[in-house]
Write a protein that binds this ligand. Structure first.
Ligand SMILES: [Zn+2]
Length: 478
């Protein structure tokens, strides 16, 4: 196996495009380079030689174990960074989670006040200052997932999945200081996906140092491109791996933020998704949904879980005639939803409404003429929870025929997003004859502030996610 030395590295760095006076942030893997005579010190010396006395070398030096102590904490970011911050001429910023070390012209100014910046990597931080002063980023044998400056793009665009944390460092008097750090995300994101954009936009040069594939980017344009990508799509750096719980959860936060712009509230029917409350909660949060319709049995299983989860109860569901469900809905001050398909069932629902109970009838199997007839005969009547899928399955047009032109319009208090073909075959929302998209659109035009509950025709979390995907597809195309 061939061994490379300091002058080989100098040559490779110059070939990559580095020149004297460059301000360079370096993320590196010594192992990726291969055998280096002189080890990490040879890499560091080569970097310093190439940028010269007018240049600046910066390396992230995060630590694994809090609290961060800039005089003693070893970095978790590899041998080169570890040797680098321990150099007598290096200065190290005080930031508890995203500290950097710097050597060269302007090093002290670059690291100053890192701990006072609101985020770890945006305005006021060494990463941002370097990007905004013509600096470059070098990835030496590591990929874009290690490129900390890209996190600044998330903070700048304020993507909805960021969290605020508190973190500790030891100050120069030896006191532990705890500070807030905003705009933290992850753990997983897919920054690797930005590689192609950087290549296509011509801001990245590729080369090799030893065996290591290296990427050299102009930091300012790189940050601008990442900001542009996240401005167009806040999920631009989240992966699509259906097994990645991190990205599913973060996409859920984006969806929840999107739903907050709507007047309506989106809910789900727990029984459609799973019997296990933990699975249901994880599934709805991934879709940005924080409200559930529950049966009395489900309520008992969920009640301790719901506290602290921020999930509301949108309705109690039961078959007509369940006194416990009536009592629970009254106690929680939420509607009681009962599926109704016969005159007997409707009369029982009407009798509950007559007693002042907030009862909603979900059309279940009968045609609209049946419900019209039932409503015609009752004065204090239950509201209608319109399920367009069930009406479509009865061969009717739920929007034009029933809601828009029919007599049931003023009875409708709640909408289900459920769809089917005229022949009764269940369909994904917006992909059947239920005129689901037309209904959602009309509700949005009117500023409907009530609940829309997303149902899935097939039971199970995967089927629910499919139905949700169809819903989101409709919403994003309105
Ligand atoms: Zn992921």
């Amino acid at each position: 196996m061939s061994v490379i030395n300091e002058s080989d590295i100098v040559l490779s760095l110059r070939n990559l495009g580095l020149v004297e006076g460059d301000k360079l942030l370096v993320h590196s893997s010594l192992k990726a380079i291969g055998l280096v005579a002189g080890g990490p010190d040879a890499v560091i010396k080569a970097l310093i030689e190439v940028v010269g006395p007018a240049g600046l070398i910066v390396m992230p030096t995060f630590v694994c174990e809090p609290p961060f102590d800039r005089c003693n904490s070893a970095t978790a970011l590899g041998d080169v960074a570890e040797r680098f911050w321990r150099r007598p001429d290096a200065v190290r910023s005080l930031h508890p989670t995203h500290s950097v070390a710097a050597v060269g012209y302007g090093a002290a100014d670059l690291i100053a006040g890192h701990e006072k910046a609101p985020t770890a990597y945006a305005e006021g931080t060494p990463y941002y200052k370097l990007a905004r002063s013509g600096g470059k980023v070098l990835l030496m044998g590591v990929d874009q997932d290690r490129n900390t400056t890209l996190h600044a793009a998330e903070a700048i665009t304020g993507v909805p999945y960021l969290d605020d944390i508190k973190a500790a460092y030891i100050d120069d008097e030896g006191c532990e200081i705890i500070i807030p750090v905003t705009a933290m995300a992850g753990p997983h994101r897919d920054f690797i996906g930005l590689d192609r954009l950087f290549r296509e936009r011509g801001i990245m040069r590729m080369g090799r140092i030893g065996k290591a594939i290296c990427r050299l980017m102009e930091a300012g344009p790189m940050l601008d491109i990442a900001v542009e990508a996240l401005s167009c799509d806040p999920a631009a750096v989240l992966c699509r791996n259906p097994a990645c719980q991190d990205c599913i959860r973060q996409r859920g936060r984006i969806k929840a933020a999107r739903l907050a712009e709507e007047d309506f509230h989106l809910a789900a029917v727990a029984g459609d998704i799973a019997n296990d409350p933990a699975v249901v909660l994880e599934t709805i949060k991934g879709e940005g949904i924080f409200a559930l319709e529950l049966t009395t049995v489900e309520y008992e299983a969920y009640r301790s879980l719901l506290q602290g989860e921020g999930v509301a109860i949108a309705a109690v569901r039961s078959r007509i005639g369940d006194e416990r469900a009536v009592a629970l809905a009254a106690r929680l001050s939420v509607p009681l939803v009962v599926p109704v398909g016969t005159a007997e069932e409707f009369k029982m629902a009407a009798s509950l409404a007559g007693k002042g109970i907030n009862v909603l009838v979900e059309n279940n199997g009968a045609p609209s003429s049946f419900y019209l007839e039932m409503y015609a005969g009752s004065y204090l009547s239950p509201g209608l929870a319109l399920n367009p899928g069930r009406f479509a399955a009865a061969g009717e047009k739920p929007f034009l025929g029933i809601f828009y032109n029919g007599g049931l319009r003023k009875r409708v208090m709640r909408f289900y997003i459920d769809d089917a073909l005229f022949d009764g075959t269940p369909a994904l929302p917006g992909q059947g004859n239920g005129e689901v998209k037309e209904i959602i659109s009309m509700l949005r035009c009117r500023g409907f502030g009530g609940t829309i509950a997303l149902r899935s025709c097939n039971k199970g979390a995967a089927a629910f996610r499919q139905a949700a995907e169809a819903f989101w597809c409709m919403l994003e195309n309105m």
